[in-house]
Design a protein around this ligand. Structure first.
Ligand code: GLP
Length: 241
């Protein structure tokens, strides 16, 4: 079930997302599912401002990130580990041991997937933050991914690698070909989900997620089967609804 919020601009999108985040963070021992990409950056800035200006502590939060590239080290400037530290964790008081991000620079990705899924079984994610890819992917679950999948190794589509080339000197050849991602089934276990999307580049994917059939062709459409999803959009991303 979708609750759809259409905001006037990106700041309002981020403000709406932050309101939901703040409610979650007030709980005892909140478990947060976090995403990378440009969409949640405004939300993360508001969390950092909340910590530094209002003294809100995030120390009891446990976090699980959706995904990580395979084949680049954690310290690479485009790893999701680096992204999350630069855009969120370095500005908060979450202890490093509470932070979980798949490791994509190991030697055995299959073992890492199993380990990550096992670690997550000890927790229930209270709030999962999602962006969406232009091809309807969430996390890195590309079209064709089984709707009940668990954490797995994914080969990235050309659409996704082209979209992400902007972070790799505009050179698609530098974009990793694979990633480790929570599965769609893993994401669906979260109690509450927010999807953040802006710009007309996302309009088709948002249409497919909300109005299309539930199908592996648009992985985000699986969210139609979730009881509590808030979709926060600007007018351009909502333009096909
Ligand atoms: C990547 C991430 C996704 C994210 C997507 C959209 O593919 N793995 O989690 O949702 O990018 O990114 P952006 O928000 O920058 O458009």
């Amino acid at each position: 079930m979708f609750n759809i919020i259409i905001a006037e601009n990106y700041d309002e999108v981020s403000r709406e997302a932050f309101k939901i985040m703040k409610e979650t963070v007030k709980k005892d021992n909140p478990v947060l599912g976090l995403a990378t990409g440009s969409s949640p950056i405004g939300l993360y800035k508001k969390m950092i401002a909340d910590h530094s200006s209002n003294g809100t502590s995030y120390a009891k939060c446990v976090t699980f990130n959706l995904d990580e590239y395979v084949g680049i080290s954690r310290t690479h400037d485009q790893s999701y580990w680096t992204f999350m530290h630069e855009n969120l964790f370095n500005g908060l008081d979450i202890p490093e041991e509470n932070i979980h991000i798949p490791v994509g620079d190991g030697t055995d990705e299959e073992a890492e997937c199993l380990k990550y899924e096992e670690q997550m079984k000890d927790y229930t994610v209270d709030l999962q933050v999602l962006g969406i890819g232009a091809d309807g992917h969430i996390g890195f679950n590309e079209p064709g991914t089984p709707l009940d999948s668990v954490t797995h190794l994914m080969e990235l589509t050309e659409v996704t690698r082209k979209d992400n080339a902007r972070f790799f000197d505009d050179d698609i050849n530098k974009v990793p070909t694979h990633a480790i991602t929570m599965g769609l089934g893993t994401i669906m276990r979260s109690k509450k989900i927010i999807v953040i999307a802006t710009s007309d580049h996302k309009a088709d994917a948002i249409y497919g997620m909300i109005k299309g059939p539930v199908s592996t062709d648009c992985p985000a459409s699986v969210l139609q089967n979730h009881p509590d999803v808030t979709v926060i959009l600007d007018r351009a991303a909502a333009s096909r609804l």
